[in-house]
Design a protein around this ligand. Structure first.
Ligand code: NAD
Length: 451
């Protein structure tokens, strides 16, 4: 590893990765890799997480192809130095910001979208002119091995190199002198990564998780809300970082919402054992099953250990004290908490760790404005779930416990770039005002110019 990283450093310092043509060429390689191996990637994702072809394409392959298209379209403009204004007392010097790649970056991925969540940051890293070491999650083994082979066949190891392995591999990598670490995963491991990076003052992006609330106000269109909630909650069997983790439902519409959720589930998943994804491993299966309170089940609760299948399950009359509310669920359980007072609910949310996402369903602008204006969250949607992540014009990231930094589209380019600020001064004249000896007149002039 040390040799590969040092070769990447040498290659980076040769300036080879900096020209637009080089970056474009690498992005096109990546695009070709995805297109030519679409079937193999879908097959690996099906084996690992039982992802349907539609989910695998829409949430892993298609979204990356779209991101590549967006990046290729805008890259030249993002790379261009940006001239800035200047204050009166610096009017003699032109100012600009140059976008400089950070250098050799490390990308560590989680298991739930094993392809998307390493390749999406990789697009940003390459676009910004970096070289990268990629460490996909070790749990979706078919995707991990396939990604290793495809990425290592596609790229010169001085530009992108993929390593596989578990905790030990990652911990060894974290001792290396990277110029940026981009981590997606749990807040627990996020802390480990942050601490390791701090030892060498390496900048980090942390894309973490948490419990994302979903508020359903009494004015919400319940049938549509149910459809959008079922879609977002049960995508990838609930193993989605921005899944609407739990519902806070206005009392007058609670029963109606539960009815619509059940009806929608029957329509969307007539045979859930066939259409639903699978839990990644036994440990997570056991963990999720242990969160089910039998007495609160109002829909299904079925599960099968051998195939790591958990049916979409609705839990009603849940309280903040229940087991299901003590951790990010990351599985197909849909808890419902009823509220009577929105202001009180907002106060409760303010006392909790900042969620990665927040969703609010309401037909009243005053309600959505109140929620969005009063509760802090990483990203979110009004009358929808999940789709905010698919808009490359929107920076994506968490806040506090749910993450640090942003990516997607230009935000990715910026994350992997250093903003090198410069002033450029003419040497034609050289007024004495800023130089000693500092007279009273100079002092009064400086006061006028600056104050
Ligand atoms: P994880 O934190 O267990 O693992 C992520 C990566 O860290 C893996 O590559 C793993 O090999 C490595 N790792 C694990 N333990 C380590 C250790 N002790 N030292 C160093 N490296 C270690 O996360 P996960 O279970 O794969 O993913 C689920 C979590 O990720 C959830 O919390 C979810 O919300 C979050 N997530 C966030 C986003 C986002 O975009 N914000 C996206 C997907 C998942």
């Amino acid at each position: 590893m040390e040799k590969i990283i040092s070769d990447q450093k040498t290659f980076f310092h040769s300036n080879a990765t900096k020209p637009y043509a080089f970056r474009k060429g690498q992005l096109l390689r990546l695009k070709r890799m995805l297109k030519e191996n679409e079937e193999a990637l879908m097959d690996a994702l099906r084996k690992d997480l039982h992802k349907s072809a539609f989910e695998a394409y829409a949430t892993e392959i298609g979204i990356l192809l779209h991101s590549l298209q967006h990046t290729l379209k805008h890259l030249k403009r993002w790379m261009a130095p940006r001239k800035t204004k200047r204050p009166l007392f610096l009017r003699f010097a032109k100012a600009r910001v140059e976008k400089e790649p950070k250098g050799v970056v490390l990308i560590i991925g989680p298991y739930n979208y094993p392809l998307q969540l390493v390749v999406e940051p990789l697009i940003g890293a390459i676009a910004a002119g970096n070289t990268a070491i990629v460490k996909p999650s070790e749990f979706p083994q078919n995707t991990e091995k396939l990604l290793e082979r495809l990425l290592n066949d596609t790229f010169d190891s001085r530009v992108v190199h993929t390593v596989t392995g578990g905790v030990e591999t990652t911990q060894n990598l974290l001792r290396e002198p990277f110029d940026h670490i981009f981590f997606t995963g749990s807040p627990r491991v996020g802390r480990i990564v942050y601490q390791a990076a701090a030892k060498q003052l390496i900048p980090v992006t942390l894309e973490l998780g948490g419990k994302s609330p979903c508020i359903i106000d009494k004015s919400a269109k319940l049938e549509i809300a149910a459809r959008r909630i079922v879609f977002g909650k049960f995508l990838n069997a609930g193993q989605t970082c921005i899944a609407p983790d739990y519902r806070l439902v206005d009392k007058p519409v609670k029963d109606g919402l539960v009815r619509h959720l059940k009806e929608t589930l029957k329509k969307f998943h007539p045979d859930p054992a066939e259409s639903m994804g699978r839990i990644i491993n036994d440990k997570h299966f056991e963990r999720i099953v242990s969160l089910i309170d039998e007495e609160k089940i109002v829909h299904s609760g079925e599960h099968d250990k051998d195939s790591r299948y958990i049916a979409p399950t609705i839990l009603d009359d849940v309280t903040f004290e229940d087991a299901v509310m003590q951790e990010e669920i990351f599985g197909p359980l849909l808890p419902i908490i009823t509220y009577e007072d929105l202001d009180e609910t907002i106060e409760t949310l303010k006392g909790k760790p900042t969620p990665l996402a927040l969703y609010v369903f309401s037909e009243e602008k005053a309600v959505t404005r109140k929620v969005v204006g009063n509760v802090s969250f990483g990203n979110g949607a009004v009358n929808d779930t999940i789709y905010q992540v698919a808009n490359p014009h929107l920076p994506f990231g968490g806040k506090g416990q749910s993450g640090l930094g942003h990516y997607h589209g230009k935000a990715s380019f910026d994350t992997f770039s250093h903003q090198k600020s410069l002033i450029e001064r003419s040497t034609r004249t050289d007024p004495a005002i800023a130089y000693p000896p500092y007279t009273k007149q100079k002092m009064s002039l400086v006061r006028k110019l600056m104050g």
